[in-house]
Ligand binder design. Structure first.
Ligand code: DX5
Ligand code: ZN
Length: 231
């Protein structure tokens, strides 16, 4: 992975057909996805369950771009090695998931993955003031984690702006997760975001049998986001 601030669209397979993850990953990549976002939920840190490292490992051969694994689990530390071995390129842990965030981030990098930290909507930007040199990505939750298809929480735009200033010249991506649409994307990009996760916004209306819709949805988000850059 090379670093730059080109807009990247990362469809979340939380909104894909769970019986066809391999084909779904291939379809979104063929339709222009830059990364594939994989949501791991434990029914404890968040009120929903998805899947574990075995499923991530099964998906891996179908992802040619970047596998962006978002761990909504607590504790995360006991499972980091398994997700790294499953083939995650980026492993993101939540700042709220345990008392030793710095240790978790060190462990992720030690396992050879890029380290991400996710912030729930109520968590202030300052929570990661002292780990900015230990991360490769900040995931700003613009919904409460757990489910796809929720509405964008507008108060997070100011947080994105603040994080962008805190990051400065560091090679740290600012990723937005939740409620991303062609309407909300320009607002977060103008504030400094460069990676846009979109679940329902990409998968709605399409399918493996009808993947052109995924492409239309990805292009609509990208176009709106890039317009905000050049504005
Ligand atoms: C929410 C997940 C998101 C989710 C986004 O807990 O982390 O990645 O899939 O879904 P949308 O884009 O539908 O809000
Ligand atoms: Zn996510």
């Amino acid at each position: 992975m090379t670093f730059d601030r080109t807009i990247r669209i990362a469809p979340s397979i939380l909104s894909a057909d769970f019986a066809a993850f391999g084909a779904e990953c291939e379809a979104i990549e063929a339709q222009g996805a830059d990364w594939v976002h994989v949501d791991v939920m434990d029914g404890h840190f968040v009120p929903n369950l998805t899947f574990g490292p075995a499923m991530v490992k099964a998906i891996r051969p179908h992802v040619k771009t970047v596998m962006d694994v978002h761990l909504m689990i607590a504790p995360a530390d006991p499972y980091l090695q398994a997700f790294a071995e499953a083939g995650a390129d980026i492993l993101t842990v939540h700042a709220e998931a345990g008392p030793h965030l710095h240790r978790s981030l060190q462990a992720v990098r030690g396992l050879g993955c890029k380290a991400g930290v996710a912030l729930n909507p109520a968590t202030p930007a300052d929570a990661i003031d002292y780990v900015l040199d230990d991360i490769d990505l900040i995931c700003v939750m613009t919904v409460n984690p757990g489910f796809g298809g929720q509405s964008f929480i507008a108060s997070q735009v100011a947080k994105v702006r603040r994080l962008r200033a805190m990051v400065g010249d560091r090679p740290v991506h600012i990723e937005i997760d939740g409620g991303v649409t062609p309407e909300t994307a320009p607002r977060v990009v103008a504030a400094g975001a460069d990676v846009l996760v979109a679940g329902s916004g990409v998968f709605k209306g399409g399918s493996v049998a009808n993947p052109g819709v995924y492409g239309d949805n990805i292009r609509a988000i990208r176009r709106a986001a890039e317009a905000a850059r050049s504005a």
